[in-house]
Design a protein around this ligand. Structure first.
Ligand code: SF4
Ligand code: SF4
Length: 325
């Protein structure tokens, strides 16, 4: 049993899709053989297929009775094969930059970036950063017959013991977020480690530290004065992604607050441009209440200059976004 749980909150209203977090993670942890295709942290456009392609339809997690759902393994094409450019030829001569012209890629991470949905002028999209949720009820752990996956009692971080793992990939199929990756060079499964070696030095995760949008908070669930208690519990504006999958995620999202759409006569309508049903399909029933709270606190801040919630979300001082003790 874990005694403490480290969590992250990501504000989708502040994420600008710059991918700094993705690259911070990639250069720190997955720039090695067998990990070329891995993005422990990715930032996808929603609505969109995500990474790996169509992960939300591949199953896994738990059913309503708590039974483990095995799920399907993504195929190589769902991740997209890493490809090489001839940068010099592309820049200096304008010729086709693909080095393998007979194997032009048809899919890869962020292939549908910024496409979104809706007809102009009511088109919409937002960015959704995703990483392992270090779930309280991890399907990856439940699926592993080798007991190679474990949850650290001191902070709830979920890790794969590389000595125990035999690369069966049951964890990859069972994680409904598809945030475990198979390393073909080592025949082991790997995943986000919540930067535990950085935490040991009192540093937050690289993705959170490097986030230029100041969109990520890190803290313990039981810290009465920390960001998780304020954003997840007190104001309930931070919600888990797909709570219905039953893994009890510990990464939470402040849903995107959108401007109103336009009606057929070009006047502003009263409804949100991003359909509430779509947000509900991602973040569950609490999304409507969360958006109402965000709007009322935003108005309170505009009128009186005072709102505890808005001050937390603005994050005046970056260092105060991380409570690691
Ligand atoms: S997100 Fe997936 S890999 Fe991470 S702990 Fe949950 S079930 Fe396991
Ligand atoms: S670094 Fe921050 S703002 Fe940029 S994509 Fe990542 S979460 Fe979004």
């Amino acid at each position: 049993m874990n005694t403490r749980q480290l969590c992250m909150v990501i504000d989708l209203n502040k994420c600008l899709g710059c991918q700094t977090c993705t690259i911070a993670c990639k250069t720190m942890w997955t720039r090695r053989e067998g990990r070329e295709y891995m993005y422990w942290n990715n930032v996808e456009t929603q609505p969109g297929q995500g990474y790996p392609r169509g992960y939300a339809d591949k199953g896994g997690g738990f059913d309503r009775d708590g039974g483990l759902r095995r799920g399907a393994l993504p195929g190589e094409g769902d991740y997209g094969t890493p490809w090489d450019y001839d940068h010099e030829a592309a820049v200096m001569t304008g010729v086709d930059p693909w080095l393998r012209p007979d194997e032009k890629p048809v899919w890869g991470p962020n292939w549908d970036e910024d496409q979104g949905q809706g007809e102009y002028p009511n088109s919409y999209y937002f960015y959704l950063p995703r990483l392992c949720n270090h779930c309280s009820n991890p399907a990856c752990l439940a699926a592993c017959p080798r007991r190679a996956i474990y949850k650290r009692p001191e902070d709830g971080i979920v890790l794969v013991d590389q000595e125990q793992c035999r690369g069966y990939r049951y964890c990859v199929a069972a994680c409904p977020y598809k945030k475990v990756y198979f390393n073909e060079a080592t025949s082991r499964s790997e995943k986000c480690i919540f930067c535990f070696p950085r935490l040991a030095k009192d540093l937050p995760m690289a993705c959170a530290q490097q986030c230029v949008g100041r969109a990520r908070w890190v803290g313990y669930r039981d810290d009465a004065d920390g960001p998780i208690r304020v954003l997840v519990e007190k104001y309930a504006v931070a919600l888990p992604l797909h709570p219905e999958w039953g893994t009890e995620p510990n990464v939470f999202y402040v849903p995107p607050w959108a401007p109103p759409g336009f009606d057929a006569d070009g006047r502003l309508s009263t409804g949100s441009r991003i359909p509430l049903e779509f947000l509900g399909s991602l973040f569950g029933d609490g999304v409507s209440r969360a958006l109402k709270t965000l709007e009322s606190e935003r108005q309170k801040k505009a009128q009186s200059g005072r709102s505890e919630l808005m001050d937390w979300l603005i994050a005046h001082r970056h260092a105060e976004m991380f409570k690691l003790g």
